[in-house]
Design a protein around this ligand. Structure first.
Ligand code: GNR
Ligand code: NI
Length: 174
């Protein structure tokens, strides 16, 4: 059975960890992706990086379908920007930054390479939401969050609000 994993919330410093490449394509990797998909569906997210559940390896799961029945898994994903002038703006949210969403501008012509659970290599030039979401998730693998792209003022407001919330919920749990 799949387990629900605990989500790290900003400003938890563990979200700043740079994740290591996956080298072993074994049963425990498969189990992690199952648990991550379960966690993502439970929390109504469209994507999840292993960093967010305190596993510091380059693993991403995603489901962009309305019906929530098209799970995707990306191991060791990498992208190259094909056209620096082609940009898209999208209102982004994050399960590790609950309650906030902001418009973020990102390149939207990319070439994507990744591996699957058996270590097989894949390549694609995606479009639409996948382009945005995969950049958001690869940022997590590198210890970055979408709020890092906001102004200092907006970011400090979010830090203030979430620090209060986190210390409250920690008091209940601990
Ligand atoms: O559920 C999510 N929605 C979303 C919306 C716009 C851009 C990116 C995302 S990813 C986010 C889930 C999440 O935090 N993944 O890291
Ligand atoms: Ni996120």
């Amino acid at each position: 059975m799949a387990e629900k994993l605990k989500m790290l919330k900003f400003p938890d410093p563990r979200l700043r960890t740079v994740a290591k490449k996956v080298e072993k394509f074994d049963k425990s990797l498969e189990k992690l992706t199952k648990d991550m998909l379960h966690t993502m569906y439970e929390d109504n997210g469209i994507g999840l990086a292993a960093t967010q559940v305190n596993r510091h390896i380059r693993v991403i799961v995603m489901d962009l379908s309305e019906e929530r029945n098209e799970p995707r898994i990306f191991i060791n994903p990498e992208y190259k920007i094909l056209n620096k002038e082609s940009l898209a703006s999208f209102e982004e949210g994050c399960l590790s930054v609950p309650g906030f969403s902001e418009e973020i501008i990102r390149p939207d012509k990319i070439e994507l390479k990744w591996q699957d659970l058996s270590g097989e290599l894949h390549q694609d030039t995606p479009d639409g939401l996948l382009t945005i979401c995969i950049q958001h998730e690869i940022d997590h693998c590198d210890g970055r969050l979408f709020i890092d792209y906001l102004s200092k003022l907006k970011k400090s407001m979010i830090i203030k609000k979430l620090s209060k919330q986190n210390s409250k919920s920690n008091r209940i749990v601990v």
